[in-house]
Design a protein around this ligand. Structure first.
Ligand code: CP3
Length: 346
C-alpha cells in the first residue's frame, strides 16, 4: 500500500486531500511539554532520538495529521559545522560567534565532516521508520532542512533579526563572501538530506522561512538557485522521494519559479488562487491557511472550505501558511485536520 501523503505529493489520486501542519510537534501540545521537561531543554530533546521520535509521533495520534515531520531544528546544521548553538529562554536561538569573515568560515566543518556529525538525527529517523512501519497506518515521515539562505541569516546575524541588516550589508558590499557561505552550507545540506533519506524519511521539505528578506530581483541569486541545486541533487539520486519547497512570503517571485521538485508550499500571504494560476500545472501545491485562524473554529472552517473550492480534490496538500503558534487550543488543531479531511473526501 502506498502512502496517501506521498501519492498526493506526486499528484496521484487520493481518497481525500492529506493534511499536516508546519511546527505540528511543539508547545501547543501538553504531551510535548512533558517530554521536553523530561529531556531538560529543547536542544537536549533534539539530541535524544527516543524522545525526539516520541514527540514526532504525538501529532499523528493527538491531532490526526496524515504525515509526521521529524522533530529536530534547522539550526542543528550550523551547530554541527562548529557554531555552538544555544536556545535562550524567551529569546530564541543564538550563536555567540557569528560569521563575518572568510577566516570565520574556514574554521567551520564542511561537507561530509559536518553531515556525519548529525548522527542523532539519523538515529531518530531510524527509530521512527521502525515505529511507523509497525503501526501499519501508512503515515508518511517528512525530513527537512533550512534553505542555505535562512540558515545563513542565523549564522551571520548570530540570532533572529527583524532587519537582516548584517546579512544584507554582506549581500551588497561583499556578495562573494555571502556566496561562499551559501556554497559551504549547500554542500553540507545535500549530504545531510541524503543521509536523512538513507535513514528512512519518505519526503523532503526545504524551509526558506526568511525568503521575504531578499528583494525579489535578488532572490534567485541568493536563495532559490541553491534550494533548486539541493532539490535536483536529491531528485536525480532518489526520484521516488518527493521534494517540497517552502519559500515564505515571496509572491512576486511566483512568475520566476523553476526547478525539478514536486510540491510548492504556499505561505499565507499568497492567495492560493494566484499560486494555482501560476504554478498549479507544474507543481502540487501545499497550504495555506493563515495560522492565526486556528484561534477560531468558525474562521478555520470557512478558510478550509474556500481553499477546497479553489483547489478541488487534486494536486493539493492541506497545511497552514506557516507554523502553528504555541497558544492554539489543541481542539482547534484537531478541528482543522478533521475539516480538511471532511471537505475533501471523495
Ligand atoms: O513540528 C515540526 O515542524 C518539526 C520540528 C521543527 C522545529 N523547528 C522545532 C522547534 C521544525 C521543522 C523547525 C524548523 C525551524 N526552526 C525553522 C523553519 C520553519 C519555520 O517555522 O519557519 C526555523 C526558522 C527554525 C529556527 C528556530 N527554532 C527558531 C527561530 C526557534 C525559536 C522560536 C520559537 O518558535 O520558539 C526555534 C525553536 C523551536 N524549534 C521550537 C520547536 C518545537 C520551540 C522550542 C521549545 O520547545 O521551546
Amino acid at each position: 500500500m502506498s502512502k496517501i501523503f506521498v501519492d498526493a505529493c506526486f499528484g496521484k489520486e487520493t481518497p481525500y486531500t492529506p493534511v499536516w501542519m508546519m511546527r505540528q510537534a511543539g508547545r501547543y501540545l501538553p504531551e510535548y511539554m512533558k517530554v521536553r521537561a523530561e529531556a531538560g531543554n529543547f536542544l537536549n530533546l533534539c539530541h535524544d532520538p527516543k524522545r525526539a521520535a516520541e514527540v514526532t509521533i504525538q501529532p499523528l495520534d493527538i491531532v490526526g495529521v496524515d504525515a509526521a515531520i521529524l522533530f529536530s531544528d534547522i539550526l542543528v546544521i550550523p551547530d554541527e559545522m562548529g557554531m555552538d548553538l544555544e536556545f535562550i529562554k524567551g529569546e530564541g536561538p543564538k550563536f555567540n560567534d557569528p560569521l563575518s569573515t572568510q577566516e570565520d568560515l574556514d574554521r567551520l566543518l564542511g561537507g561530509e565532516e559536518a553531515a556525519s556529525k548529525l548522527t542523532y538525527v539519523y538515529e531518530t529517523i531510524e527509530l521512527l521508520r521502525e515505529q511507523l512501519d509497525a503501526r501499519g497506518d501508512e503515515k508518511a515521515l517528512i525530513g527537512f532542512t533550512g534553505a542555505p539562505w535562512t540558515l545563513a541569516t542565523y549564522m551571520i546575524e548570530g540570532q533572529g533579526t527583524k532587519t537582516y541588516n548584517i546579512c544584507k550589508k554582506m549581500m551588497y558590499s561583499n556578495p562573494e563572501l555571502l556566496h561562499k557561505i551559501l556554497r559551504k552550507v549547500t554542500e553540507v545540506v545535500k549530504l545531510y538530506m541524503e543521509k536523512q533519506i538513507q535513514a528512512g524519511i519518505d519526503v523532503v521539505q526545504i524551509f526558506d522561512s526568511w525568503a521575504a528578506a531578499i528583494e525579489p530581483g535578488k532572490y534567485d541569486e541568493f536563495s532559490w538557485s541553491y534550494m533548486v541545486e539541493i532539490a535536483e541533487y536529491l531528485k536525480e539520486k532518489y526520484p521516488h522521494i518527493p521534494v517540497i519547497m517552502f519559500p515564505k512570503g515571496i509572491p512576486a517571485f511566483l512568475d520566476k519559479v523553476y526547478g525539478n521538485f514536486d510540491v510548492f508550499g504556499v505561505d499565507w500571504s499568497t492567495p492560493m488562487s494566484l499560486a494555482k494560476e501560476k504554478l498549479g500545472d507544474k507543481y502540487v501545491l501545499q497550504g495555506n491557511m493563515e495560522p492565526c485562524r486556528l484561534y477560531s473554529k468558525e474562521a478555520t472552517t470557512h478558510c478550509v472550505e474556500v481553499i477546497q473550492e479553489t483547489m478541488g480534490t487534486k494536486r493539493h496538500i492541506f497545511n497552514l501558511g506557516h507554523g502553528i503558534l504555541p497558544d492554539v487550543p489543541v481542539e482547534n488543531a484537531i478541528h482543522f485536520v478533521k475539516e480538511c479531511q471532511r471537505v475533501s473526501k471523495k
